[in-house]
Design a protein around this ligand. Sequence first.
Ligand code: FES
Length: 143
Amino acid sequence: MSTDLVYAICSMSDIPSQRAASFQLAKVGPDGRDVPLNLIVVRWGRQVFGYENRCPHHGSNLDWERNHFFDPNGTRLMCGKHGALFELHTGNCVDGPCKGESLTPVALAVLEDEICIVGVELAEDADEDDGLFDPPGACADQL
Ligand code: FES
């Protein structure tokens, strides 16, 4: 993973603590083509955790309603399809049909109150519909 690649995703204030949000991005694949990257960003106080929004059970998005990721206790991520539960800080599945597997982590960093994705080359035509995505390189000078 190259830490030279750092892109701002959103501001810390865009995601309340103990909540999560999803972002439809695109990264540059090994063959140079754009590959969709459906990202979950979990915020817990000043900590942030990033995962691909793809359940290891059947590959579904975890959220059955947009940006609804938590179990009823609000302490674990939950797949809305068959109820798998994942630890917030590791992405490990601790209950459900894919117990023992885990979400795919995506490295994040907080730089000057911006949540940034690290080590992934984002495609320039990433979805900007939510208005939160800054042009590639926005955090590049901050590491
Ligand atoms: S697809 Fe997530 S638990 Fe089945």
